[in-house]
Design a protein around this ligand. Structure first.
Ligand SMILES: Cc1cc2nc3c(=O)[nH]c(=O)nc-3n(C[C@H](O)[C@H](O)[C@H](O)COP(=O)(O)OP(=O)(O)OC[C@H]3O[C@@H](n4cnc5c(N)ncnc54)[C@H](O)[C@@H]3O)c2cc1C
Length: 627
């Protein structure tokens, strides 16, 4: 009997893998999702939470493109909060605590709802490649599966070792086996691999914590869903719970220090590089030795779970040190540890080896997505999975590739950063990485991206129609606000009440709306404006109203960003063939020649973002391309 064959094989059903499989299947491809355990689909290896600063933006974008993460998060969230609300709308970020086991159950339901996906529970040990073209995969038992494309999304599992104190055992995640063979096979085909590490805190027994003396952190009173498709009338779907806050103290730090001589981090047992911005507690004690305390969050692992996740206390110190230190933390004096914290070290492929479609430059039809590209985080992984799945399907259907620009989406920034800067430490998304962040807000993801989701049949046309109708409403109401005027005598009393300066003669709604102390809703409810049909309809649509208000309040800044993007665009549109041999361009500096040959940028814009490539190198490239 011949080997079973698919259009696309996805290796690993983590956050990247499920998005890749689901998108490609919706795009009419037959997909084999080969993963070690189908009940671990979309498993949250670390914190039971989705979103947060910049990550929340990614989730909203994934959702606007037709991905899964926002929908799963909405139906399994047990606490929703909008972060950074005291700051400008560019950095507002949605976050939720999720019920960990329910998250995987719902992920499985979504995947099983797609007829084009077959889940295969097995472990891949080799990716089959012939003449630099991928042909399929092979399992440990020697069984082969054929495919025209393969997406590798094996997460933290490749040659993974888990460390607690001086104990190191093979495994990709607590209780799960590592993945072996894939790295070595790809290295034989010319790929470069590296080693990274990440860590997780201990899990605590809920009943053994004295919550009554701790600061409570409830969710938002009026929680907002991630997904544009979630019916607000049925949201939130689950009862909502609180988190709690506590702190370490000097005594805790002293106990932790006692274990440093048995820390795999400090004894050199771990060679992989860890995330700088998400340090372990032992790292924090060393790096911020002047700090007397560090904040910790006690996060429920689920609605009915008896486990609590201690956010901020990731550690790989010996188990007995972890427990001794925990007992000196307020509220945890009697705590029982269900499972100690540990670090995991794993293989990754530095991401300059993939193109902006996430297809590898070396092997046609082979895509890398998620943690294997050196990123860290569920949201970063899901975003890449979605893009890899879409592009793998498009390529098989001989359609134009899909690459998001930096000016269009955080997903564009993420992939462009990976491709042009590569990474030698776990990469996570921050709002500061996006230079056009005022345009890339979480609140306008649908306005920016849903057209693509519709184009790829990932968004139902009837839903997109609603978005288009709303867009027309936003544009026409914004214009109306530029024309509607207040006379001084009709508005000055109101301005006084808001401690806002008076006007002399007349002023438009748009101009007054720019004042931070005035809201558009209040202004439109004055002067009989709400009697106008257009304004009445706007006031009834909270989402459109917010968009008009942001568009007016930040008009000047938004215009400047748009002008800057237009200027940069011609560089992004100046394409460079991937086959260009930079070693033949003698006018380039030696450093640039090497870097450009390594990164193989696809546009002048990308080339200009590679560290070490100077403006004069860019001029050389421009002249060459003109010729
Ligand atoms: C201990 C630990 C701590 C972490 N801490 C943090 C943190 O603090 N902050 C943060 O942002 N992120 C953290 N992460 C990372 C986070 O879990 C990942 O970023 C995210 O899960 C990556 O998604 P992924 O889809 O790439 O891979 P994963 O979620 O790891 O999923 C990979 C999937 O592939 C399957 N698989 C692997 N190899 C094979 C194979 N050969 N054959 C078949 N199936 C295979 C696995 O079974 C798994 O289902 C941590 C991870 C771990 C394990």
């Amino acid at each position: 009997m011949g080997s079973k064959s698919y259009d696309i094989l996805v290796i690993g059903g983590g956050h990247a893998g499920i998005e890749a499989a689901y998108a490609a299947a919706q795009m009419d491809c037959s997909v084999g999702l080969i993963t070690m355990d189908k009940n671990a689909l979309g498993r949250m290896s670390c914190n039971p939470a989705i979103g947060g600063t910049a990550k929340g933006h990614l989730v909203r974008e994934i959702d606007a493109l037709g991905g899964l993460m926002g929908k799963i998060a909405d139906s399994t969230g047990i606490q929703f909060r909008m972060l950074n609300k005291s700051k400008g709308p560019a950095v507002w970020s949605p976050r939720c605590q999720s019920d960990r086991s329910l998250y995987s159950e719902v992920a499985l339901k979504f995947v099983q709802s797609q007829e084009n996906i077959e889940i295969i529970e097995n472990s891949v040990t080799e990716i089959l490649i012939e003449n630099n073209v991928v042909t399929g995969i092979q399992t440990g038992a020697g069984e082969a599966f054929l495919a025209r494309s393969v997406i590798l999304s094996a997460g933290t599992f490749m040659n993974a070792i888990m460390h607690t104190g001086l104990k190191g055992i093979s495994g990709g995640r607590f209780g799960e086996k590592p993945s072996t063979g894939i790295t070595e096979g790809l290295v034989r085909h010319g790929f470069i691999s590296g080693r990274l590490k990440t860590g997780t805190p201990p899990r605590l027994k809920k009943d053994s914590i004295n919550f009554s003396i701790l600061e409570e952190q409830p969710g938002d009173v009026n929680p907002q869903p991630f997904s544009h498709f979630t019916n607000k009338d049925d949201f939130p779907a689950l009862p909502q719970v609180s988190c709690h806050i506590t702190y370490t103290n000097p005594e805790v730090h002293k106990i932790l220090e006692k274990g440093f001589d048995r820390s795999p981090m400090f004894t050199g047992l771990i060679s992989g590089v860890g995330p700088r911005y998400c340090p372990s507690i032992e790292d924090k004690v060393v790096r911020f030795s002047d700090k007397e305390k560090h904040q910790l969050f006690l996060e429920p692992e689920g609605l009915y779970s008896d486990q609590i996740y201690l956010n901020g206390f990731a550690t790989s110190l010996p188990e007995e040190i972890q427990l001794e230190a925990l007992h000196k933390i307020k509220g945890l004096e009697e705590v029982e540890m269900v499972r100690p914290g540990y670090a995991v070290e794993y293989d990754f492929f530095p991401p300059h080896q993939v193109d902006s479609t996430l297809e590898t430059k070396l092997v046609k039809g082979l895509y890398f997505a998620g943690q294997v590209n050196g990123t860290s985080g569920y949201e970063e992984a899901a975003a890449q999975g979605l893009i890899a799945g879409i592009n793998a399907a498009l390529k098989l259907q001989e359609k134009k590739e899909f690459v998001l620009k930096r000016s269009e989406a955080y997903i564009g920034v993420l992939i462009d950063d990976l491709v042009t800067k590569s990474t030698d430490e776990p990469y996570r998304m921050f709002t500061s990485r996006a230079e056009h962040r005022l345009l890339l807000r979480q609140d306008n993801a649908d306005r920016r991206l849903m057209k693509y989701g519709k184009e790829f049949c990932l968004i139902p046309p009837e839903h997109f129609e609603k978005v288009e109708i709303r867009e027309q409403k936003i544009v026409s109401s914004t214009n109306a606000c530029r024309k509607l005027k207040f006379q001084a005598k009709d508005i000055n009393y109101f301005l006084d009440s808001k401690s806002s300066s008076r006007i002399d003669s007349s002023e438009t709604v748009a101009n007054l709306c720019r004042r931070p102390e005035l809201s558009l809703k209040e202004l439109l409810n004055l002067n009989g404006f709400s009697d106008l049909e257009e304004i009445r309809l706007l006031l009834e649509d909270e989402v459109a109203l917010k968009q008009v208000e942001i568009d007016l309040k930040y008009e000047g800044y938004l215009k400047r960003q748009e002008e800057m993007i237009a200027k940069l665009e011609r560089y992004e549109d100046s394409k460079i063939p991937l086959t260009l041999n930079y070693f033949n361009l003698k006018a380039l500096s030696t450093e640039s020649r090497e870097k450009l040959q390594k990164y193989k940028p696809r546009s002048i814009g990308q080339a200009s973002r590679i560290q070490g490539v100077t403006p004069s190198d860019i001029s050389v490239l421009l002249v060459y391309l003109k010729k």
